[in-house]
Ligand binder design. Structure first.
Ligand SMILES: *Cc1c(COP(=O)(O)O)cnc(C)c1O
Length: 460
């Protein structure tokens, strides 16, 4: 494709390090009604801060329930953010050309962090607050390995230890993020494992289980709950995780000022909801406060794990064994084991309670897409913009392309913003499978979902 006519046109909108946000934005302050309380799996009553303190530091428990609109980012955390923030906002001009769309497409690129995704935006403050409260080790789960590698990176910066329970199928099929975790000094264990009681029980039930995020969470929670020096850390879903990710959307607002533009549509992929929260919440806060009335936010998930589009809005456990807190969210049932699609980061049975609430209240839309059309979009993007997107992020790209093509039909000049949550340089095996025609599409059967939903906890 000839690009000379693009000469002189701005591609990247960049901020100075001093423009890294000084505060995180807390959308809870702008919700019309407060979130439903989280319940304890032991007492089946609203969970107390003391109960949560067994696995989380008080600072994060405070952020989890805070109703303050802004929360200061500690200077030590901003210092570290400077290694990859502010991340660039880019105009996808060549993709626009390729699609012959009048729409303007922008993406915020979070693949510039050392682990290659948005996840260090929360891994760093989580490690920091735990370190401050005297914790020396963090235990966590990981699916495809992005979160495990992000937390391994963050704990290394604060001289902490890190134990990562990695979904068994990914541990063997996707070895390179495990290598990253080891390089940053973390211990990575295939889950379910013999290290925990819940892991042993799961292996006894099904010795060949591929594992799931829900199972790995159960193991990490047990590890944290049974060791005084250890806390648990979650890479998505929770309110404080969504909060930390709002640096993404806040930076993009400044960058749009530079561009003299405004998004009409914001698109993000959703696994647990944190990168979508990060890019969209600062804008949706304005929408909830009565500005930006026409702004659309579209959450994109895989058809094989259709939490927002086919799940129900109900109380459920965050983990498979039912030892973690119970939250009101869209869920497919805590013992739902999704098929092994390539976007490992999007295979969680539940979703962020805040994202769930916004979808239920129609402040945010949700759509599900199939993985072959997702990879087709990923390749289109890579061939026009250069960056090879993470398969997770490519879910957002699929919908961005669809929306841009609609604009071609209607001849509308809409501005579309999406979060490019990570690069796919460690996911090339998935691309190989796509080119070899080995990817199949999988629609999760309604009957299976209905069955899982019969086992929801009865609270609230
Ligand atoms: C983990 C991950 C996701 C999904 O998690 P969310 O909490 O929904 O953002 C999406 N993209 C990338 C690159 C990831 O690593």
């Amino acid at each position: 494709m000839c690009i000379t006519h693009l000469s002189g046109m701005q591609i990247k909108y960049q901020l100075e390090e001093e423009q890294i946000p000084k505060r995180w934005y807390n959308i809870q302050a702008d919700l019309p009604t407060p979130l439903d309380p989280v319940y304890s799996p032991q007492t089946l009553k609203p969970v107390t801060p003391e109960e949560l303190n067994v696995i989380f530091p008080m600072a994060l428990i405070g952020q989890e329930v805070s109703q303050e609109r802004y929360i200061d980012i500690p200077e030590e955390v901003r210092e570290i953010y400077r290694y990859w923030r502010p991340s660039p906002l880019c105009r996808a001009r060549r993709l626009e050309e390729q699609l012959k769309t009048p729409a303007k497409i922008y993406y915020k690129y979070e693949g510039v962090s050392p682990p290659g995704s948005h996840k260090p935006n929360t891994a760093v403050p989580q490690a920091y607050y735990n370190m401050k409260e005297g914790i020396t080790r963090l235990a966590t789960e990981t699916g495809a390995g992005q979160w495990g590698s992000a937390l391994a990176f963050a704990t290394a910066l604060f001289d902490m230890k890190c134990t990562v329970y990695m979904v068994r199928s990914s541990y063997f099929e996707k070895p390179y993020r495990k290598s990253m975790m080891q390089t940053w000094g973390a211990e990575c264990i295939p889950s379910p494992s013999e290290k925990t009681q819940v892991g042993k029980a799961m292996l006894a039930k099904d010795p060949k289980t591929p594992g799931s995020l829900g199972m790995a969470i159960s193991e990490a929670v047990e590890d944290a709950a049974t060791h005084d020096d250890t806390n648990y850390s979650l890479g998505s879903v929770l309110n404080h995780v969504c909060l930390h990710q709002t640096v993404i959307g806040q930076e993009s607002m400044e960058q749009f000022k530079q561009a003299g533009d405004q998004p009409d549509i914001i698109v993000g992929c959703v696994g647990g909801g944190s990168n979508m929260a990060g890019i969209s919440f600062p804008y949706l806060g304005e929408k909830l406060r009565g500005k930006r009335k026409d702004l659309r936010a579209i959450a994109v998930e895989p058809s094989s794990c259709p939490t927002l589009t086919k799940g129900i809005y109900a109380y459920d456990y965050g983990d498979t064994a039912g030892i973690g807190p119970i939250a009101k969210m869209y869920t497919l049932g805590h013992d739902f084991v999704p098929p092994a699609i390539h976007a490992g980061g999007l295979r969680y049975h539940g979703d962020s309670p805040i994202v769930s609430r916004l979808v239920r209240d129609k402040v945010m839309e949700a759509v599900a897409v199939h993985q072959t059309e997702v990879f087709q979009a990923a390749v289109t993007f890579a061939r026009s913009e250069g960056i090879i997107p993470a398969p997770e992020s490519a879910h957002a790209i699929r919908v961005v392309i669809d929306e841009a093509l609609k604009c071609r039909t209607t001849n509308e000049k809409k501005t579309i913003l999406f979060n490019l949550s990570g690069h796919g340089n460690l996911d090339l095996a998935a691309y190989d499978d796509y080119f070899a025609g080995k990817l199949s599409d999988f629609e999760y059967p309604d009957s299976k979902i209905a069955e899982s939903l019969t086992r929801l906890p009865k609270v609230g």
